[in-house]
Design a protein around this ligand. Structure first.
Ligand code: ZN
Length: 318
């Protein structure tokens, strides 16, 4: 007997390779919007991996990672099943926004409900008709607004298997981060599914290094889970991973124009000058000094900042 996999009402048999269209919610014009779900099941039974991007419609690095995985044929397992969803929130993707068309953040609506708001119903159907089949999931995200994330993976610190999986993924940083209530990751972990969340780059912008790190990580995880071995295609064969145990934001002390003097990924010490905030007329400028020793995980690329805006996220190792 082989494991039963049923996606959008269709039984997926060993050897199946198909794309199903998730057609759940329509726009108020009655226009149909379909979400392609790309499924490949090997003849030999094994684990089921879901690679998902675009829960937030403007987070295009994730979309590009899953797109390249499909276009290069890395989504075809020798054993087990790989499900790829390059753009889940296709509505937001069309509108170049993070949100669902009902204004909600899809990643705060899980596990969803049959009778809730549009995003909630969509989340419910995706959970029950697609994601439920997966044993493991790689959930690809991109930094919100104009905030650029150095490529990293996030996970809960209480889970040994996830810690091992994050090390296998092999980004320069792995960060322990609490799960957000009602996120996809939270809902999946309640079902005992293992989810690694990838973050890299900033929304509405593609970055080649970020997509490469994401693809490399996915290939390493696929090998580790016994799905297929594409490791000869890795760009970085022996990555070292730095464990980030906590992170702190440096915020703007005053409103003005922000200029940064640092690069994401680099190490800084307490007292290092990270950037400055000045008025736009040339009268005054105030330096921003680091209050922490750690690694720059995120940098705000938007120069116009208000007092209190998050500028730089520093990852702490202890
Ligand atoms: Zn996101």
């Amino acid at each position: 007997m082989y494991k039963e996999i049923k996606i959008l009402g269709k039984e997926i048999l060993p050897g199946d390779s198909l794309t199903l269209k998730m057609d759940i919610a329509r726009l108020y014009t009655q226009s149909k919007l379909e979400v392609p779900i790309i499924i490949n099941r090997a003849k030999e039974d094994g684990t089921c991996l879901l690679m998902l991007a675009g829960i937030h419609g403007d987070e295009v690095n994730g979309v590009e990672i899953v797109r390249q995985i499909v276009s290069k044929g890395y989504h075809i397992p020798k054993k087990g099943t790989i499900i790829c969803v390059p753009v889940l929130n296709v509505f937001g993707f069309i509108n170049k926004t993070r949100e669902f068309p009902d204004g909600r953040d899809l990643n705060r609506m899980f596990p969803g409900s049959k009778t809730g708001a549009l995003a909630s119903r969509f989340a419910n159907d995706f959970m029950n008709q697609v994601a439920f089949n997966a044993d493991y999931c790689l959930d690809f995200h991109t930094g919100g607004n104009m905030r650029f994330n150095y490529a990293h993976v996030r996970l809960q610190n209480s889970d040994d298997e996830l810690t091992e999986l994050a090390k296998v993924f092999g980004t320069k940083f792995m960060m322990y981060a609490k799960q957000r209530e009602s996120s996809f990751r939270h809902a999946m972990s309640k079902l005992n599914k293992k989810v690694i969340l990838f973050e890299g780059g900033k929304s509405l912008s593609l970055d080649r290094n970020v997509t490469r790190y994401g693809i490399d990580g996915a290939l390493r995880v696929m090998k580790y889970l016994g799905l297929n071995d594409f490791t000869e295609n890795l760009v970085d064969k022996n990555p070292d991973t730095i464990v980030i145990k906590d992170s702190k934001w440096i915020r703007a002390d005053q409103s003005g124009m922000y200029r940064s003097f640092i690069k994401v990924g680099e190490r800084v010490e307490i007292g290092d000058v990270l950037g400055s905030v000045s008025d736009p007329f040339g009268f005054s400028e105030k330096k921003i000094k680091s209050k922490y020793s750690g690694y720059i995980i995120n940098n705000n690329h938007l120069p116009m900042v208000n007092q209190g805006d998050a500028l730089i996220n520093i990852g702490l190792c202890k």
